[in-house]
Design a protein around this ligand. Structure first.
Ligand code: DQA
Length: 154
């Protein structure tokens, strides 16, 4: 369909436990509730979104490789891989798909080891500490940028 952009929402390890995991930090919304929320938002924005969550680094890398020429924007919460994965960083560079890095918590106000990200300097934007709303701002931004780039209106 004309004007339909494809955005991939990628969630890293332990985010399948959203809603039950450290709820004081990550909140009580489950991953499937979050996905429903983002699906609703995507309809308003007239974009297609797909979801992928994995606890395995290689699966995330393979998903990124498979996105080449199919996905126009990636929203990624690499979770703990944020702080460790040069391999996921390289895969994002390889496919040349712009991406926004999202963190539910503010990684700069937590332990020092969380303040380094392998993604921020190559991202087209980073959102940290806005709770799950961060994903909504990210898809809105991605949609605006894609439509602007193609000189269309939302
Ligand atoms: C996180 C922050 C990371 O440091 C942590 O390992 C996560 C989630 C966030 O969304 O706030 O798993 O990416």
């Amino acid at each position: 369909m004309k004007n339909m952009f494809n955005i991939l929402i990628l969630n890293g390890p332990n985010l399948n436990l959203l809603g039950t995991r450290e709820t004081n930090i990550y909140g009580k919304t489950t991953l499937s509730q979050l996905n429903d929320l983002l699906n609703k938002e995507s309809k308003k924005l007239n974009i297609n979104i797909s979801h992928f969550q994995s606890n395995a680094e290689h699966e995330i890398i393979e998903k990124i490789h498979a996105s080449k020429k199919k996905i126009q924007y990636i929203i990624i919460n690499p979770a703990a891989f944020t702080h460790t994965s040069l391999a996921i960083r390289d895969s994002l560079i390889s496919v040349e798909i712009p991406f926004i890095e999202v963190h539910i918590s503010n990684i700069y106000s937590r332990e020092t080891f969380r303040t380094h990200s392998w993604f921020s300097d190559i991202s087209s934007g980073t959102i940290s500490g806005l709770g799950i709303e961060g994903y909504i701002w990210a898809i809105k931004t991605a949609a605006i940028r894609l439509f602007k780039k193609n000189k269309n209106k939302i």
